[in-house]
Design a protein around this ligand. Structure first.
Ligand code: AMO
Length: 418
């Protein structure tokens, strides 16, 4: 005898038989409880009265012959309603006949999680983070947590959320950047899975105001190539792991994953400009690559069958102060996938004089970063790292059109609840 717990998603009553569709527990495979009057009048009577949406516990066993296309057939011997709705009707059509809007989905996220497709997305998200942790542990990293309430922003003043902190101003962490670097004066390999808070005003399909990053930092490196190698290795591990462990979920989402080949292509910024020029798009040297440029490059890469690629040797001008400079270029990189930036990283400036100069050149006041600079005065080794956006990665792996689909309760310009 098996016990299944879940909610009634669909109900079909054809008189002597009632069919109930339930997605039980943390599973994604629907079961169809077949309640026949002739077989079990008690169960049939309960089933007949059941409302779509009710939470139930069903005892019974799987049918010996499976005919239903909707799910696994199950013969109940007892149905207990553990919770009834206080609303008359559920605001989501679980039969899939009326598609729901993204806004409805986000307003009732918990309800849509009763659907296999939505549940699959978040099972996969959980597995991505588990696989990432496994990779980091296997490679000798330790997991750290840096403060989210900060005295200074790391990624530029315009996108920082400010709040009152007793008598002072505080900022929500835009990135663990400054802290993970400071840790390099005491640890060699760290990673953090962390929210980023960014007050980006625009509303796009690929930006959130609270997003999650997989961040890492490594000391005693030679150059940014060391970091790119570690990042591509993680990506392959994630894709292979998902393909292996989440085949059911991927199938529901209609996604076929194939691990990319290592090494991923490294395309220099100068080469990107050349590729764009061939497509009739001119940008001035030293300008950052925008959405349009990234998309065009992505299309060109797709033509060669490449999903993941690095963009390297960016002009220092467009990169943050902490990135190591090489004349007018920088030791930074972006990891893009099919026209979308998933991660950025690079080698950092570990020499304090150069670091202070970088700050001054970017118009920052080193006094505001004294707590950070102090860590560079006690033999800071050469180091580097990256930040990889979890939701962006999910978008590309699962072909999601909107980044909001990849996070349970998105925070954007217009959405602070639920
Ligand atoms: P960056 O600002 O490029 O780099 O952020 C790293 C990655 O995080 C994701 N991301 C976002 N995703 C959704 N919405 C947002 N508003 C958002 N902002 C960032 C992207 C992006 O590539 N400190 C550096 C990383 C480093 O050098 O280690 C940083 O934060 O996928």
């Amino acid at each position: 005898l098996e016990t299944l717990c879940g909610w009634i998603n669909e109900k079909k009553d054809i008189g002597g038989i009632v069919f109930l569709t339930v997605v039980p527990d943390n599973g994604i495979k629907p079961i169809v409880a077949v309640c026949k009057k002739g077989r079990n009048p008690e169960v049939w009577k309960v089933a007949k009265k059941l409302k779509i949406g009710s939470a139930v516990r069903i005892d019974g066993q799987y049918a010996e012959t499976q005919i239903s296309k909707k799910g696994l057939e199950f013969i109940p011997c007892k149905i207990v309603v553990v919770s009834e709705m206080s609303e008359e009707k559920i605001p989501i059509d679980f039969s899939g006949k009326t598609p729901f809007l993204l806004d409805t989905k986000l307003d009732y996220r918990y309800l849509t999680l009763r659907l296999p497709r939505e549940r699959a997305i978040f099972i996969i998200r959980s597995e991505i983070l588990k696989l990432a942790r496994e990779w980091f542990y296997k490679n000798g990293f330790i997991e750290v947590h840096t403060p989210k309430l900060c005295g200074a922003g790391a990624e530029g003043g315009a996108t920082v959320f400010e709040l009152n902190y007793f008598e002072k101003k505080a900022y929500l962490a835009q990135s663990p950047q400054l802290y993970k670097q400071m840790l390099m004066s005491g640890l060699e390999k760290v990673f953090e899975i962390t929210p980023y808070f960014r007050a980006e005003k625009f509303s796009t399909t690929r930006h959130l105001n609270e997003s999650w990053g997989i961040d890492m930092e490594v000391g005693f490196i030679d150059n940014e190539e060391d970091i790119m190698r570690l990042l591509e290795d993680l990506i392959v591990h994630l894709v292979e792991g998902l393909a292996e462990r989440c085949s059911k979920e991927l199938k529901i989402l209609n996604v076929k994953l194939k691990a990319p080949e290592k090494p991923f292509p490294r395309i220099k910024y100068d080469e990107v400009l050349e590729i764009l020029r061939r497509r009739g798009v001119e940008i001035e040297w030293g300008e950052d690559l925008g959405d349009r440029e990234e998309k065009i490059l992505g299309e060109e890469m797709t033509k060669s069958g490449i999903d993941f690629y690095f963009i390297t040797k960016y002009p220092w001008k467009v990169k943050p102060f902490y990135i190591m400079r090489e004349n007018y270029l920088s030791r930074s990189f972006d990891l893009d996938c099919k026209g979308l930036e998933l991660a950025s990283g690079g080698q950092r400036e570990h020499r304090i004089n150069e670091l202070v100069n970088n700050m001054l050149e970017k118009g920052l006041n080193p006094k505001d970063f004294e707590f950070y600079l102090e860590a560079f005065r006690y033999a800071m080794p050469p180091h580097g790292g990256y930040g990889l956006g979890v939701e962006r990665l999910m978008m590309k792996l699962l072909n999601l059109e909107n980044i909001r689909e990849a996070i349970l309760f998105p925070r954007d310009r217009w959405r602070l609840v639920p």
